[in-house]
Design a protein around this ligand. Structure first.
Ligand SMILES: Nc1ccn([C@H]2C[C@H](O)[C@@H](COP(=O)(O)OP(=O)(O)OP(=O)(O)O)O2)c(=O)n1
Length: 151
């Protein structure tokens, strides 16, 4: 792994540049685009152009997504624990991971579309439920499931 000044890596420098040059190597954000709706539309165009909609029923999309989750798992198996930022991974391994995670997302987004779940809004609702179920004041620093909390 190539290290720059103060142990910064190529990935952490990329994240610094992404974050307006501020030196917070631990901070990471996504690009604002494409949105989930952009991804839905791009995949719809991809399948339309190939007349593949006939194969893309919800159950098939679910199986395809789970298959791609398996491919993500393959990249992590037998490695032992992997630290945040994947410091020991090669550029090629990182790119493979980016591909497999994208496959999972593409199928997830299309599955949600075919099930008529408005995914971005569903996430907002679900996160509101999560916050109610796990009040920060009550659960901070503990990973217990909500059923294990008394009062
Ligand atoms: N019937 C299909 C086949 C592929 N794809 C798209 C969505 C995924 O992003 C990607 C999946 O392609 P592959 O099934 O070829 O899987 P991989 O890209 O993971 O290749 P491999 O299984 O060889 O690693 O292509 C799709 O929408 N519908």
């Amino acid at each position: 792994l190539k290290m720059y000044h103060n142990g910064a890596t190529k990935a952490s420098i990329h994240s610094m540049l992404q974050n307006g040059g501020t030196v917070h190597p631990e901070r990471f954000t996504f690009s604002p685009e494409p949105t989930i709706e952009d991804i839905r539309r791009m995949q719809a165009e991809f399948t339309d152009e190939r007349n593949w909609n006939q194969f893309h029923q919800p159950r098939n999309l679910l199986l395809a997504m789970v298959g791609e989750v398996g491919e993500v798992s393959e990249l992590f198996q037998w490695r032992g624990e992997v630290a945040e930022g994947l410091p020991d991974w090669t550029e090629s391994e990182r790119e493979q991971l980016a591909h497999e995670l994208s496959d999972v997302l593409i199928y997830l987004v299309e599955l949600a579309e075919k099930c008529r779940v408005d995914l971005p809004q569903a996430v907002i609702r679900k996160m509101a439920l999560n916050r109610m179920k796990y009040p920060a004041s009550k659960v901070r620093g503990s990973a217990k499931k909500y059923t294990e909390y008394k009062d």
